[in-house]
Design a binder for this molecule. Structure first.
Ligand code: XIL
Length: 406
């Protein structure tokens, strides 16, 4: 009887740790990734509840500036540079101890008109591009874990996108850009970044050719960014994603998901939200499964500030938090994909017990959990034993404070 009472008291003390799931970055790091992160943008930083969660390093270990390091923001007129907005985000990440993914140096979009409408020769455009890269990368030297050096150089059919750089310089603009970035900050990892590579189609083959082009030129390329912009229900299977990621790591480069979102035709339904959760789970799960997949970034974290509604008519709800900053099923999908335990239902329970003459009363949350892996904590209903582990696993208390699905 006394032994039972002691057990009950310990379980009551242990309960809060059993029901607190890891945050997304914590789970990502535990699963072997370098980070889980999010994009953000300067106009949102006046929204205090938004910033409070952006600063939550349990979920976000990495930040990407959504716009403020792009060419139109950093060099609006030739030779005149502006880093004020980009610095705000770099400083925020640094203050929080979050990695910074720097984005982006050479892209056909968000270029100032002096670039797109200039009169260029091969030599003058190379010089302007090198000056842009050298100045921007030098400014952020030592602060960028990654730089997206070249963004979206390919059409969906795998041909080179026609842009001012390609038409004036030819494909050589790509290795030239990587060489300039490497010279300005040897410690930043340099990425080629694009969308729709995830299907492993011709476009992915062309992106691998870009990696090999840069490597053959003698310049450095460290990684390929998979943007990860999807319509709900169109995400390939995890196994297929794994094989595409591995086709890149086989070339000796890292991979990362850099801008993930899964847009839904509005209004959402329980079914589409559940599908979105499975889609995010497959995406992040594929990263966990691939050696050399270093991180996973969502393109902002709340639907309140997603680029989707203004870009894809009729679509929205693409992110793991809704417009009221409330977590959606996709948040749990990400956690499961990262191998963490996830609370699925909660009800309040009050219990009291006596151990060694001392009465302990605890109001607890009875929780049903699911888990995709065996390393994390399970449980949640403590002494009632109403714990659910994934098929094949049993929730076991390793000690009074820690349980695992074993
Ligand atoms: C988007 C931003 O989120 C928007 O605010 C902006 O109006 C347009 O660009 N691929 C990229 C990102 O590499 O830089 C884009 O970001 C989204 C698509």
């Amino acid at each position: 009887m006394i032994k039972l009472a002691v057990t009950a008291a310990l379980a009551a003390i242990a309960l809060p740790t059993c029901i607190s799931a890891l945050g997304l970055d914590q789970a990502a790091v535990a699963a072997g990734l370098t980070y889980f992160g999010t994009a953000t943008d300067n106009p949102e930083l006046t929204d205090i509840p938004y910033v409070t969660q952006l600063n939550n390093t349990a979920d976000f270990g990495q930040i990407t500036p959504g716009n403020s390091q792009k060419w139109d923001a950093t060099e609006p007129s030739q030779g005149t540079f502006s880093f004020t907005e980009g610095d705000v985000i770099a400083d925020l990440a640094e203050a929080n101890g979050q990695y910074l993914r720097c984005h982006t140096l050479v892209w056909y979009n968000q270029l100032p008109s002096w670039v797109t409408s200039g009169t260029w020769t091969n030599a003058t455009l190379i010089a302007a591009m090198q000056n842009h890269i050298t100045t921007v990368v030098s400014h952020y030297k030592g602060r960028c874990l990654h730089w997206d050096v070249v963004n979206e150089a390919l059409n969906d059919d795998g041909t080179y996108r026609t842009n001012i750089f390609y038409t004036t310089i030819g494909e050589a603009y790509i290795p030239l850009a990587f060489a300039a970035a490497a010279a300005a900050d040897p410690s930043a990892k340099l990425f080629y970044n694009d969308y729709n590579l995830e299907y492993g189609s011709t476009k992915a083959a062309s992106a691998r050719a870009i990696v090999q082009l840069v490597q053959a030129s003698g310049a450095k390329i460290d990684g390929v960014g998979f943007q990860g912009h999807f319509v709900v229900g169109t995400v390939p299977s995890q196994a297929s994603l794994v094989s595409v990621l591995q086709s890149f790591t086989a070339l000796g480069v890292e991979v990362a998901y850099t801008e993930a979102d899964v847009r839904i035709l509005l209004p959402t339904t329980a079914t589409t939200l559940a599908q979105q959760s499975s889609d995010f789970q497959a995406l992040v799960g594929s990263c966990v499964a691939v050696d050399g997949c270093v991180g996973f970034t969502i393109w902002d974290w709340t639907d309140k500030y997603s680029w989707v509604p203004s870009t894809f008519t009729g679509y929205g709800a693409a992110l793991p938090w809704d417009e009221d900053l409330v977590k959606k099923p996709a948040y749990d999908g990400l956690l499961v994909g990262l191998g963490a335990s996830v609370s699925t239902t909660t009800t309040a329970t009050t219990a009291s017990s006596t151990a060694s003459g001392v009465t302990v009363t605890a109001t607890a949350t009875a929780t049903t959990t699911t888990t995709a892996a065996h390393w994390g904590q399970c449980g949640g209903s403590g002494w009632t034993g109403a714990t659910v582990c994934a098929s094949g696993y049993t929730c076991t208390y390793v000690n009074a404070w820690y349980s695992q699905c074993l």
